[in-house]
Design a binder for this molecule. Sequence first.
Ligand code: ADP
Ligand code: NI
Length: 218
Amino acid sequence: MNTNFRQKQLLKATEDYIKAYFENEGSGHDWWHIYRVKKVALQIAKTEGGDIFHIELAALLHDLDDWKLNGGSKVSKTFEWLSKMDVSEQDIEKVLEIIHEVSYKGAGVPTPASSLEAKIVQDADRLDAIGAIGIARTFAYGGNKNRLIYNPAVQPENHDSFEAYKKTNAPTINHFYEKLLLLKDRMNTQTAKELAEKRHQFMEDFLEQFFNEWEANF
Ligand code: ADP
Ligand code: NI
């Protein structure tokens, strides 16, 4: 489906709003994360299909109400924004559904995506969580939350509830085992599965080097 003029205007206004909102975000969820997720999602949609208006709008708004960033607020800024912009009820419902299904909730918690659009935005968000950028974002997040880089005494956990996953204060290296290394096998689309391979291998190589340096194995 080609996006029409009204849709283009709305996407531009949303992009401006999100750009300003996330400009100075310091935990790896800044505007450039949103920019990359949008770009990768539209790239995946070229081969996988899907409604690109819903995909782009959801990609732009996907972190606005994220639990990690909103301090536990119950007010949906996404809903407020879309209502203010006179988006149809049907479109709002669809975009909120996609966003609701995007987020990772722990190694043992399934996160099924019910539409092709949700599958694509989830894949794009998860591709930005792995590889070189994934590593950079993860340490930015850990620093932002005052976490240790690594502590061999703290073992990674297999969180079986979203509540347990949210509570962790573990060192940043643990996040590789609790999320990042698991994402390759949780991609939805064939396109994202293929894109994930190289980024996954890069993280494996990084960790091997990291532990060698940690133990002075030259
Ligand atoms: P999701 O909604 O799937 O969590 P986000 O776009 O909100 O995806 O980004 C999640 C990213 O935030 C992670 O991939 C990682 O870089 C960072 N992050 C989240 N939790 C942690 C953590 N406990 N330690 C280190 N980084 C984290
Ligand atoms: Ni995100």
